[in-house]
Design a protein around this ligand. Structure first.
Ligand SMILES: [Zn+2]
Ligand SMILES: [Zn+2]
Ligand SMILES: [Zn+2]
Length: 159
């Protein structure tokens, strides 16, 4: 049951259709702020669901906090099979908590996560390459010493 009328967010809008409010250093979805003002902090991992299905609505009475799986269930119940994909467009954050806005708007392909994975991969690769080349250097150092000694010996012999 939906109590009262929708209250619409007036201001800038996220690329996935939610209102957004600038909070010092980043944007925060307007409906999440509206929910928190009324109910306190949203527990980690919880998503805010619009009972009225209006993304720009910030009436706290139209908002409930659900776990990801309950959110999916709510959408399937309301929207049928479409609900499975709807939940991706209704998510405001990826599973790691990055805001889905601008180019970064699809939960399944969070570009902040992708970038992080790439950075981690590069760092790990660099470490591996360094470890390999260090091992190689150590193994060959002795060899180099022998070569050097041999070189010096020959040089001395030709003098
Ligand atoms: Zn509403
Ligand atoms: Zn929802
Ligand atoms: Zn992410």
């Amino acid at each position: 049951m939906i109590v009262g009328k929708c209250i619409f967010h007036k201001g800038s809008i996220m690329s996935n259709g939610y209102g957004r409010i600038w909070q010092g250093d980043s944007h925060v979805p307007a409906h999440r702020i509206a929910y928190q003002k009324e109910n306190g902090l949203i527990p980690q991992g919880f998503q805010i669901h619009h009972l009225c299905a209006i993304k720009l609505c910030i009436n706290p009475q139209h908002l409930i906090a659900l776990t990801r799986s309950d959110h999916q269930k709510a959408h399937i119940k309301r929207d049928g099979l479409k609900g499975i994909t709807l939940i991706y467009s209704h998510a405001t954050h990826c599973s790691k908590g990055h805001l889905l806005d601008g180019k970064n708007k699809r939960q399944r392909f969070c570009s902040t996560c992708k970038k992080q994975h790439q950075n981690e991969y590069t760092a790990r690769n660099r470490e591996l390459t360094n470890a390999k080349s260090n091992k190689w250097k150590q193994e060959h150092l002795e060899q180099h010493r022998l070569w050097n000694r041999e070189y010096m010996r020959r040089k001395r012999a030709t003098l």
